[in-house]
Ligand binder design. Structure first.
Ligand code: GLN
Length: 493
């Protein structure tokens, strides 16, 4: 077995015990990326120099008998939403073309401090707005399981890189499902931590009350290892939680016996592909057959989640994106007649159509006269959704639902209809609105060989519960161990 086929935990163990050098692991990944990523498009940019320097440093520490850190030699793809000092960061947008940040995000800083090696910046929908990565201003990203289909989004590059074995673990962000939905469509494990569990410092803002970064990997264990290294209070982000970091790796070993799993009935209604439903129900049976109790629960306001989210998130985005005016960062229009003209043209030329749609929507719902009717009401709905979960979690420890109503759809098939695209998030959005934590784990394949994801939800700071269920389930099944054909292509050549 090649090093890239091993899980992250095992790769780190190899590096720590000198069985393999961090430099060799990183070189192996770069070779694979070169051989395979042309066909996928999971990376926007590689940082070979930075990665190799970091790998050499880890190897030196190992040789000197010093502790190289819990992520020694772990090769990571960072969604291009995390700013990286000295390495261009575009957030998938033309407006940030050429922006080389003068500082480092807390997430990437903590990863490196733990010995991780950042291979490069992963492809994404512009400003994380989208569910297919087709809104990337640079290149589309393809699903490694079927190159004519989308990887999901907005962290589609991160999910595809993990699925194709082009990194050990990837970092994504999840404002309305952007970690869990692409994880489901690409057959990988993705965790959206509780809002505030991981620092947002240096994570380019989309909707600040919903954004949260988290790991995407080949197993729950790999995600646990990474989360332990990046979670925790950060003085640079006042919304980061001052709560002790959980013992996520230990939770992975605990198992789910005796836990009560709630099944929200509103998540199994029209719009759900029968093959997805069947796979998720089989997953629930596996949990039941191995010591979990199953209980039907109700989240009565579920049907309003998408509407509320597509008011609140554009509202926040319209404010966050006001800073891209052609003056301070990235793209500036040429030949403007005056300052106002320069602002207008830079934004008109620099932003893509979906981002403009969100800015206009957001500006509208916040405007005097409409604020109460739209934004104010959406906030009330948000409270009702959070109350639904509070009540339902009195009767269960976690909930299990489908992650996405469908498997990976064809490239281009939803681009002309934004509403169709927004429906891809119908099961993931409530978690963000309610400030919960959620994970997607592979639980099957449809008739076309496309992965199906099962979502596990827990109350705020209930990450350990998710790891108990997910890792327990992954010990009983092998859906998370499969590789798409394209991942093996390097050998064939
Ligand atoms: N697909 C959703 C949107 O377009 C969620 C995006 C995200 O979580 N970043 O807003």
């Amino acid at each position: 077995m090649d090093i890239w086929q091993l899980g992250l935990a095992s790769q780190v163990e190899h590096v720590r015990t000198k069985a393999v050098s961090a430099e060799d692991v990183a070189s192996a990944y770069f070779e694979r990326i070169e051989a395979v990523d042309d066909r996928i498009g999971s990376y926007l940019r590689l940082d070979r120099e930075g990665a190799m320097a970091q790998a050499r440093m880890v190897d030196e520490q190992v040789r000197a008998g010093r502790d190289p850190g819990p992520l020694a030699g772990a090769c990571i793809a960072l969604k291009d939403i995390f700013v990286t000092k000295g390495v261009e960061t575009t957030c998938g947008s033309k407006i940030l073309e050429g922006f080389v940040p003068p500082y480092e995000s807390t997430v990437s800083e903590r990863l490196k401090a733990a010995g991780a090696v950042i291979l490069g910046k992963a492809n994404m929908d512009e400003f994380a707005m989208g569910s297919s990565t087709e809104h990337s201003a640079y290149r589309i990203c393809r699903n490694p399981w079927d190159l004519d289909r989308v990887p999901g989004g907005s962290s589609g590059g991160s999910a595809a890189a993990v699925a194709a074995g082009l990194c050990g673990v990837a970092m994504g962000t999840d404002t309305g499902g952007s970690i869990r939905q692409p994880a489901a469509l690409c057959g990988v494990t993705g965790l959206r931590p509780t809002y505030g569990r991981v620092s947002r410092y240096g994570m380019i803002a989309f909707a600040s009350s919903l954004d949260q970064g988290g790991p995407m990997g080949r197993s729950a264990e790999d995600c646990a290892l990474v989360l332990e290294a990046i979670a925790g209070r950060d003085p640079a982000d006042s919304t980061s939680l001052d709560e002790p970091v959980g013992r996520y790796q230990e939770a992975c070993r605990t198992g789910f016996k005796g836990m009560c799993v709630g099944i929200p009935k509103e998540y199994f209604r029209e719009g759900l592909d029968p093959q997805v439903e069947a796979a998720v129900r089989r997953g629930i049976e596996t949990l039941a057959a191995n010591g979990a109790t199953i209980k039907e629960v109700s989240l009565p306001h579920t049907e309003y989640a998408i509407a509320a989210y597509y008011i609140i998130s554009p509202a926040e985005a319209s404010s966050n994106l006001a800073r891209y005016d052609g003056v301070r960062y990235g793209y500036r229009a040429r030949d403007a007649s005056d300052l106002m003209d320069m602002y207008c043209r830079s934004r008109a030329e620099g932003f893509g159509s979906e981002v403009k749609r969100r800015i206009m929507l957001g500006t509208y719902v916040l405007s005097a006269g409409y604020y109460d009717a739209y934004y104010g009401r959406a906030q009330k709905v948000r409270t009702l959704i959070a109350d639904d979960f509070r009540k339902a979690f009195e009767d269960c420890d976690v909930m299990v639902t489908p992650t996405s109503p469908v498997t990976a759809f064809k490239l281009g098939s939803r681009m002309s209809d934004p509403l169709q695209m927004y429906l891809a998030d119908m099961y993931t959005i409530s978690c963000n609105l309610a400030g919960l934590t959620g994970m997607s784990i592979p639980c099957g394949m449809d008739g076309q060989g496309l992965p199906i994801g099962m979502q596990v939800l827990a109350p705020a700071l209930g990450e350990e519960r998710l790891f108990r269920v997910a890792a327990g389930y992954q010990r009983l099944t092998d859906w998370h161990r499969r590789w798409p054909e394209v991942a093996q292509a390097q050998e064939a050549e």
